[in-house]
Design a protein around this ligand. Structure first.
Ligand code: SF4
Ligand code: SF4
Length: 299
């Protein structure tokens, strides 16, 4: 049996990725199951999904604790989660990263397939939804399914839900990532330590942080998770506000789920506390005068 664990963030499609690789395995005549771990996810929060593939019927219903392969849809997760926990000694990691395997420090020297799935997704899908691209890297790195079966599964699954042309584009994202994947060995330098709690002063508290926290196996998530998460590491994009266009309507301040947009009352202005901005883009979507642009990269 080949067991997979997917690490992603809410909105990146980790659950669809697990379901789609299972469907590709079934197309090839194997048995497969896929299931998510549901916590109180929000966009950008860490999420888990699992899949099992075998030539025989699968009876195991537990989460995957000792995977043969770990798939990481977002390499910012490496800062906060020990993604290789429980990985079998001859297992491998497939990761969305701009770096080559020998520049990626997983705390262990492990076979690693790396691809810049975010760039592939932006080029082909025009959105940072990396699940189909990372599946292409998974097919290349493991050979667990053929790329043709994966393309077929993507077209079926995404085509049924989102329309044939979106299915085709996602299949192309998988094929492109398949061709760009670099396979090597990760670095094993960093110490894998349990994350320490970080307690902000009351002046530093984001407004959203006063709400109830939620502890799940994917980590501490939901409002209140600020005690462990400075969520800047979650973001692919950052909001940048054009002060000239801004009318101070405060819709962005009202809708920001992290409460990270702060009013500076004496200056009649707004400031974004990027330590807590997870790059969800809600502020940019809500701004009625298009004063906020989402810009790729850290600020
Ligand atoms: S500032 Fe904008 S992008 Fe950042 S968390 Fe708030 S709504 Fe999301
Ligand atoms: S929603 Fe747009 S116009 Fe309104 S305060 Fe925010 S940036 Fe300014």
């Amino acid at each position: 049996m080949f067991e997979l664990r997917f690490h992603g963030r809410g909105g990146q499609g980790a659950v669809m990725a697990a379901q789609t690789i299972a469907e590709a395995a079934v197309i090839e005549g194997n048995y497969a199951v896929a299931f998510p771990f549901f916590g109180a996810e929000r966009r950008g929060a860490p999420v888990l999904a699992f899949a099992r593939i075998d030539s025989k019927k699968i009876y195991s219903k537990t989460q995957v604790y000792t995977p043969d392969c770990v798939v990481v849809l977002d390499d910012s997760l490496l800062d906060t989660i020990d993604v290789v926990a429980g990985l079998k000694p001859d297992g491998l990691v497939v990761i969305n990263s701009r770096d080559k395997p020998d520049d990626i420090d997983l705390g262990k020297v492990i076979k690693t397939g790396a691809v810049d799935a975010t760039s592939v997704a932006l080029e082909i899908l025009k959105a940072p939804i990396t699940n189909t691209a990372i599946l292409g890297a998974l097919a290349k790195s493991t050979g667990i399914v053929k790329i043709e079966s994966l393309e077929e599964a993507i077209k079926r699954r995404f085509g049924e839900k989102l329309g044939a042309s979106i299915g085709e584009r996602n299949a192309l994202a998988a094929r492109t990532a398949y061709e760009r994947t670099v396979i090597g060995k990760s670095r094993g330098v960093k110490k894998l330590e349990a994350k320490k709690q970080w307690l902000p002063s009351y002046q530093e508290l984001p407004v959203g942080g006063v709400l109830v926290e939620g502890r799940t196996e994917a980590g501490l998530i939901g409002p209140g998770s600020f005690v462990e998460n400075k969520v800047f590491g979650w973001a692919t994009f950052r909001p940048v506000r054009d002060k000239e266009k801004c009318t101070m309507c405060l819709l962005c301040w009202f809708y920001c789920p992290e409460g990270t947009i702060v009013r500076i009352s004496d200056k009649g202005d707004l400031m974004t506390n990027y330590d807590y901005c997870k790059g969800c883009g809600i502020c940019a979507n809500e701004c009625p005068v298009d004063a906020i642009k989402m810009v790729r990269g850290k600020t």
